[in-house]
Design a protein around this ligand. Structure first.
Ligand SMILES: NC(=O)c1ccc[n+]([C@@H]2O[C@H](COP(=O)([O-])OP(=O)(O)OC[C@H]3O[C@@H](n4cnc5c(N)ncnc54)[C@H](O)[C@@H]3O)[C@@H](O)[C@H]2O)c1
Length: 275
């Protein structure tokens, strides 16, 4: 079995920052969601891991359990309301509460807008924006009744700046940034709402975007690094996960309506290189 530390060497020992909390993480079996689900569990949270696929090997909930944590897996498409209702129900039934939802599942298609089919456009909107909408709708009744809650979504640096050949993706991520602000106003002070805006991050999604091969070549990595003028490299998933952990923990108790940019300086320049 893949050892936890081999897969995510950047995750340190838990400090109990989410002790006693129950968290839902969508898109949990790969990339940023996988690292975050594992980090949340390390920090003491019980984690409901949601994904439409079971592509991680070992699956993320088993990886967490092997690490001494508690997790369950819900298989489903976040674009479906039923998946979101099922993940909240699972948190309440299995773990008896829900404190944090990290609505992270996302996808993108690299084409200019006239090249996108209606199905492709709708697929990106349904996954990225409606996935967040359904997740929030599912969690809010419990959060409002409990008088507290913490919502975190994954936007992108491409919700702040735009990227070439990424119209649906850029539109949904900008929408998530402002949806975050709108919901923070509507549901504060009891419920905090924030999003994280990762820059280029070395995950399977980035590697598999057509026409790229499964693994990035050194040249492609260098090209991705060019769009990160300060750090000259992509992020590791753990580096995004630690930002999400801050938003999920009480350490960020006065942070809401915020888009936390974790991009190695990518948005510090007006010039964006398509990664
Ligand atoms: N990797 C990057 O460079 C980067 C940069 C900025 C933002 N993001 C965002 O981070 C999030 C995670 O991306 P990642 O790079 O870790 O990708 P990833 O492909 O490694 O992981 C995404 C996971 O989400 C799941 N998923 C996708 N659509 C789903 C759906 N409809 N229902 C349920 N599960 C679904 C996939 O099966 C996969 O396991 C996405 O929202 C993405 O837009 C990624």
């Amino acid at each position: 079995m893949t050892s936890t530390n081999d897969e995510h060497p950047g995750i340190g020992p838990g400090l109990g920052r989410l002790e006693g909390r129950v968290a839902v993480v969508t898109g949990a079996d790969s990339g940023i969601g996988r690292a975050t689900a594992r980090l949340f569990a390390r920090e003491g949270a019980k984690v409901v891991c949601v994904d439409r696929l079971e592509s991680g090997e070992p699956r993320v909930d088993r990886l967490i359990e092997a690490d001494g944590g508690q997790a369950v897996f819900v298989k489903g498409d976040v674009a479906e309301r039923s998946t979101n209702e099922a993940m909240v129900a699972m948190a309440l039934e299995r773990f008896g509460d829900l404190h944090v939802v990290f609505l992270n599942a996302g996808t993108g298609i690299r084409k200019r807008i006239h090249e996108l089919s209606d199905e492709e456009w709708n697929h990106v909107i349904d996954t990225n924006l409606h996935g967040v909408y359904h997740g929030v709708r599912a969690a809010l009744p419990h959060f409002m009744e409990a008088g507290r809650g913490n919502i975190i979504a994954t936007a992108s640096s491409y919700g702040i700046i735009a990227s070439a050949r990424y119209p649906a993706y850029s539109a949904t991520k900008a929408a998530i940034v402002n949806l975050t602000r709108a919901m923070a106003i509507d549901y504060g002070p009891e419920i905090r709402v924030n999003c994280v805006c990762p820059g280029p991050t070395d995950t399977p999604r980035i590697r598999e975007l057509p026409p790229r091969p499964r693994l990035l070549t050194d040249e492609q990595k260098a090209r991705a690094g060019q769009s990160v003028p300060a750090m000259h490299r992509m992020a590791r998933p753990e580096e995004i996960a630690y930002a999400v952990l801050f938003l999920a923990s009480d350490e960020s108790s006065f942070v809401t309506g915020h888009a936390l940019v974790v991009d190695g300086g990518q948005t510090a320049t007006a010039t964006s290189v398509s990664s």
